[in-house]
Design a protein around this ligand. Structure first.
Ligand code: FE2
Ligand code: FE2
Length: 375
């Protein structure tokens, strides 16, 4: 019996299929993947087979409890199917002494996880398999570039565990993760970081890292001190953290959102504010960036429809960077917009964004583009 299915059209690039015979575990695993991937869940490999063949997923999570014959036979069944060659398989088991897990590689699996595992372990295992080529390139980068990417990704994924456990994130940890990035900005040597996330499938991370980079670059151009640059980079990394609770299908919907979906999507601001508000060591600026990055000077933003004077300077900067990043991000359903075109569109949003700041941002990006063309 299929326990949940999805519209599979064009979804293979973002699809993870779960086969687990225990409903509670199957739901836990499916929930853990929400916001990162589209999920199709089955309890039985025979039922799952036609779906798998029509839509081979990015990765397949097969539990020892898979019906009808158990995980071992399920994996053999999948590995013998030529149509599913190349699908990455992660074996899971509720028994940490399991021979099934010990023999996972021989069975043809790419990874094995014993339950209970943390949400970040599951995400980073799938992400490590899926993004193997992208993350392997990081090993060839300079030390500070590699650290900027690796530590920001680990911190970003780690927040999902903290949210699950209801624990705060410490500013010392976020600052440490963001300091190689700020160092790269100060050296005017950050392009390798932006290039490094190209092709990575974790869109929320890629967007947050781009916002963190451009926001600290913006702050650097405005002459802000290192402590403030760290707040900006950390605020960029955490600004959309509330999206961790939003289903992938809403987060990545190619077309316009329905009114109901829009409410869910906009709810990410409240989710971020609630979590950040429970983290006593995070500086106020990080909360302001999360709370106000969708507000607009003319009152047309959300969630509060704040106007002009009510908008914090950091949030004005974040609004500019967030719009620019969203337009120029590559998505599974759209190519990135050229930066020049994005800047023109932003200049036309005259009543919404802070115009003197936007002029500064445009100059900053144009001079940075000229430098790379010259270099
Ligand atoms: Fe946002
Ligand atoms: Fe954002």
């Amino acid at each position: 019996m299929a326990t949940s299915t999805i519209d599979a059209t064009n979804s293979a690039k973002v699809l993870v299929t779960v086969i687990d015979g225990v409903p509670e575990h199957r739901n836990q695993v499916s929930r853990a993947l929400t916001s990162f991937y589209r999920v199709a869940a089955f309890d039985d490999v025979v039922d799952a087979a036609p779906f798998l063949r029509s839509t081979p997923p990015l990765a397949l999570v097969v539990d020892e409890s898979a019906k009808p014959w158990g995980g071992r036979e399920a994996i053999k069944h999948i590995r013998e199917d030529a149509a599913l060659k190349g699908v990455r398989i992660i074996a899971t088991s509720a028994d940490d002494d399991s021979r099934f897990l010990a023999r996972a590689r021989e069975l043809g699996c790419d990874a094995a996880l014993a339950k209970p595992f943390r949400r970040s372990q599951l995400i980073s295992t799938i992400s490590g398999l899926v993004n193997y080529a992208v993350e392997t390139r990081w090993d060839r980068l300079a030390e500070h570039h590699r650290r900027a990417l690796r530590s920001s990704l680990d911190t970003f994924n780690g927040v999902s565990d903290l949210i699950d456990r209801g624990e705060p994130i410490e500013y010392a940890a976020v600052r440490l993760a963001c300091s190689p990035l700020v160092e790269a900005i100060r050296r005017n040597d950050f392009k390798a970081v932006l290039d490094g996330v190209r092709g990575h499938d974790n869109y929320s991370y890629v967007h947050s890292l781009r916002v963190a980079t451009l926001l600290s670059l913006f702050g650097h151009a405005m002459g802000l001190a290192e402590t403030d640059l760290l707040v900006l980079a950390s605020g960029g990394l955490l600004h959309d953290i509330g999206k961790m609770a939003i289903p992938h299908d809403v987060l990545n919907k190619p077309g316009p959102l329905t009114d109901q979906e829009l409410v869910v999507m906009r709810g990410h601001v409240e989710g971020s504010v609630r979590y950040i508000g429970n983290c006593p060591t995070l500086p106020k600026g990080i909360g302001a960036i999360a709370a106000q990055h969708h507000e607009r000077l003319d009152g047309g933003g959300y969630p509060k429809g704040l106007r002009g004077r009510d908008l914090n300077d950091l949030a004005r900067m974040a609004a500019i960077v967030d719009v620019f990043s969203a337009l120029t991000d590559r998505r599974c359903y759209k190519a990135p917009m050229a930066p020049e075109r994005a800047l023109v569109i932003m200049q036309e949003m005259s009543g919404g964004l802070d115009q003197p700041m936007l002029r500064l941002f445009v100059d900053l990006l144009l001079s940075s583009a000229r430098e790379s063309a010259a270099g």
